[in-house]
Design a protein around this ligand. Structure first.
Ligand SMILES: NC(=O)c1ccc[n+]([C@@H]2O[C@H](COP(=O)([O-])OP(=O)(O)OC[C@H]3O[C@@H](n4cnc5c(N)ncnc54)[C@H](OP(=O)(O)O)[C@@H]3O)[C@@H](O)[C@H]2O)c1
Length: 157
């Protein structure tokens, strides 16, 4: 199964200049707790923004240029994302797609869950989560934090 994990502001903004537009420690802890000991999949730009494989997780990176990442440790490269999603969308194992926008757009048709931290306010952003229709999802969990509201969306059958 596929879950997209994202933090977005009130306008759907998720990134600026290759980084996160905010620093919200509580959300980073929430992200860590959700993904720890699981498989995470990210685009090459998101990997570069993090700078290294995240510990205690299976790190998958999608790129057209696997040779540029060959010296990275604890990383597996994926070059055919569509086949990957087709093979894993019904798997028992949860795959967490952690961005960015280019990868979320490709994951959305296959994702059963969206784990969204709705950051309060608006920020200057140059990267946005792709459009999705709330009506296609049930909200199955809501948690309120100081700087954001976390909602878990499940795609309707
Ligand atoms: N707020 C959040 O929750 C959140 C989460 C993640 C990221 N972000 C932010 O989002 C921004 C990055 O997002 P982005 O959309 O620009 O980039 P991205 O999705 O992280 O990475 C895009 C790159 O991934 C590779 N890629 C994507 N689809 C592919 C495919 N089908 N086959 C092969 N390679 C593929 C390509 O790399 P090559 O060019 O190497 O082929 C492409 O240039 C940053 O600002 C980051 O901080 C925010």
């Amino acid at each position: 199964m596929i879950t997209c994990v994202v933090a977005m502001d009130e306008q759907g903004g998720i990134g600026l200049n290759g980084s996160l537009p905010w620093h919200i420690k509580e959300d980073l802890i929430h992200f860590r707790n959700m993904t720890l000991h699981h498989t995470i999949l990210m685009g090459k730009k998101t990997f570069l923004s993090i700078g290294k494989a995240l510990p205690k997780r299976r790190n998958l990176v999608v790129t057209h240029h696997p040779e540029l990442l060959k010296d990275e440790k604890n990383l597996e490269v994926i070059d055919d994302i569509e086949t990957f999603f087709k093979e894993n969308s019904n798997s028992e194992e949860m795959i967490y797609v952690i961005g960015g926008a280019i990868v979320y757009a490709q994951a959305l048709p296959y994702a059963k869950y969206l784990a969204i931290s709705h950051i309060k306010g608006t920020f200057t952003c140059d990267t946005f989560f792709p459009h999705f229709d709330d009506n296609d999802y049930d909200i199955i969990k809501i948690e309120t934090f100081e700087a954001f509201v976390f909602k878990m969306y499940e795609k309707k059958q």
